[in-house]
Every structure is written in C-alpha cells, then in structure tokens.
Write a protein that binds this ligand. Structure first.
Ligand SMILES: Nc1ncnc2c1ncn2[C@@H]1O[C@H](COP(=O)(O)OP(=O)(O)OP(=O)(O)O)[C@@H](O)[C@H]1O
Length: 307
C-alpha cells in the first residue's frame, strides 16, 4: 500500500474480484482523497457497482486490499465505519405508505444516528415541511431522489457514494444536486459518483476514473485526460472566409466549413499558436472547443479495444 497517500479516504490496492469464472475487476488500484469529488464512469458491466460494493464492505475482494478511512470496510469495525459513510444506490425503493419524514427517521434508526436534524436535512435537499408530510407513494422521481440524497447524508458522512444520482432528474434539480455536492466537497467530504451522464460531469468533479471490463483505463483530472488523449481541439471562427483562415494557419491546422462558421482542427499543443494567427484576421467571433468528456471516454475505450 506504500504507493498510496496515507490520508486517503478510500484505497483500492491491486484488487481483483472474481464471480465464478468471470472477473468483475482485475488488479484495480485507486485512491480517493478527502474533499475530492471523483466520477466513476464506464459502460454497463464495467465494474463500477462492484467497486462501490467493495468500498462499502458489502463484498470482499478475491485478491488485494480495500481500505475505507484506514480500515477494512468488511472487517471487525464495519458497523462503526458505515456510520461515517453515505450511500445512494442506483435504485432505491422506499415504502410508499411512509411519509418522507417517517422514511428518513426509519433510515436514521437503521444507521443509529440522531433523528433531531432530519427536518433540516429534508429542507436542505429541497423537501420542505409540506412535502416531508406527504406519503412517498405520491412523490415524483425528483422528490424520491431528493429523499435518497437526504438518506445518504444522514450522520454527516465523511465519504459519500452516489450511484447514478442524477438519472431522471430535470436540469434544475441536477443543478441543486451538484450545489449540494460542492458544499460537501468544501466541507472535506469525499464524494464518489458513478454516472453515464458524462457531459454534465464536466466542471463538477476533480477527477474522472474510467473503467472498462473490470480494468481501470484512465484516472485523472479533465485536463490530465485531455493531455493524455491528445485529441484535436476545434476552433470555430466566423467573419472570415475559409480560404483566408486556411492561408493564415498553413500546416498548423485543418480547415473546414460548418454552416456559416469556419472550423479549424489542431493539436492541443498548437492551440495558442493557431489562436494568435486567427486573431490577425477580421473575425466576428471565435470559440474554442476542447475535447468533451464524451469524446475522451470514447477515445480511451477505442484505445483499449485496439490494444
Ligand atoms: N453478484 C454477481 N454475480 C456474478 N456476476 C456479477 C455479480 N455482480 C456483478 N457481476 C458481473 O461483474 C461485472 C461487473 O458488474 P458491475 O455491476 O460492477 O458493473 P457496472 O459497471 O456497475 O454496470 P452498470 O452500469 O450496468 O450498473 C459484470 O460482468 C457483471 O455481470
């Protein structure tokens, strides 16, 4: 475990998990630090849920070690450790005849934490008194997801695992959701969220871990992943003819037309030089489009399949 920082909230050290003849995870190494929001992305069956279950101590690795807040999450102190952890599963089913307040009180008892702050916790996730008094059976998908988040926040966890937390939420609610995640991160909470919604993760997470068929294939900040992938940057310019743009760029980039704009593609390392040349032209507007997380993800998968 020496390669990992000692203050990491979660350590996954050379972990392999085998079910029958199938390896769900193969020699995975990763660590999550306090105050970090990390996205775990990958296709269906990539091993995301298996990783979260290992971190929660719900299953044990076939090989390797898992540490949660410095301890074995499936070891002797599992019950105490779980109080320091919040988990929002992908599909959380609540009893329809309980109210929101009763549901949260029920989970507080299960987790053995005080119920005193539950009304405030419900308000924090946007379930005010009237909503908290309603039966969960009458809740919208968004309200159920808010209640799920409140359940995960019980006991002020130090580590939070959120499995596909924004699926089915409208954009406004997603915004609220990410605001809460930012507050938690600022308070030093470690947040791991698994998601298929790559575009919305941009700007919300400190790091992105890409899984494919049980193997970690990329791990870094968006800037790290962009640097590693070295995909072309697209620059759209309007107001100058394509010929003039192509002449200005020479061999620095490829030029095509996209509607009324001229699009230049260039290597990330040539971006600044290309912009310098373009700004000598009488442009009306210019936009730089870095490779999106979707494009990076597709790139890492392609690279893996080609290997
Ligand atoms: N309890 C189990 N028994 C047998 N195989 C399992 C079990 N749990 C997971 N697997 C297998 O392990 C692999 C990884 O599954 P996992 O659920 O971790 O993927 P995932 O990335 O969470 O997928 P999804 O996005 O669909 O939730 C898959 O091939 C899956 O079929």
């Amino acid at each position: 475990m020496n390669a990992f920082p000692t203050n990491a909230s979660v350590l996954i050290d050379q972990v392999t998990k085998i079910y029958g003849a199938r390896a769900a995870l193969t020699e995975v190494n990763l660590h999550l630090d306090p105050g970090q929001c990390v996205a775990l992305v990958g296709h269906n069956g990539a091993g995301k849920s298996t990783l979260i279950k290992l971190m929660l101590g719900l299953i044990r690795p076939t090989h390797g070690q898992v540490r949660l807040l410095g301890e074995d999450p499936a070891g002797a102190h599992a019950a105490r450790l779980r109080r320091a952890v919040g988990y929002l599963p992908e599909n959380l089913a609540f009893h329809p005849s309980l109210t929101g307040q009763e549901t949260l009180d029920f989970y507080a008892r299960l987790k053995n934490v005080a119920r005193a702050g539950n009304t405030d916790l419900l308000a924090r996730v946007g379930l005010e008194a009237e909503a908290a008094r309603r039966r969960v059976g009458t809740y919208s998908k968004g309200m159920r997801q808010r209640l799920g988040l409140a359940q995960a926040l019980l006991g002020q966890p130090k580590v939070l695992f959120l499995d596909e937390p924004t699926t089915g939420l409208d954009p406004a609610l997603r915004q609220v959701f990410y605001e809460i995640v930012q507050e938690l991160r600022a308070a030093g909470v470690t947040v791991l969220l698994s998601s298929h919604a790559l575009t919305e993760l941009e700007g919300q997470t400190d790091r992105i871990i890409v899984m494919n068929r049980g193997v970690k294939i990329a791990d870094g900040t968006l800037a790290d992943l962009r640097h590693l992938a070295d995909l072309p940057v697209r620059i759209q310019a309007t107001g100058a003819p394509a010929g003039a743009v192509a002449d200005a760029l020479g061999t620095l980039g490829q030029v095509s037309t996209n509607g009324h704009a001229v699009e230049c593609r260039c290597a990330g390392g040539d971006k600044v030089a290309v912009l310098r040349r373009l700004t000598n032209l009488p442009l009306a507007d210019i936009a730089v489009m870095e490779p999106s997380l979707d494009e990076l993800y597709a790139h890492f998968l392609r690279r893996e399949q080609a290997a």
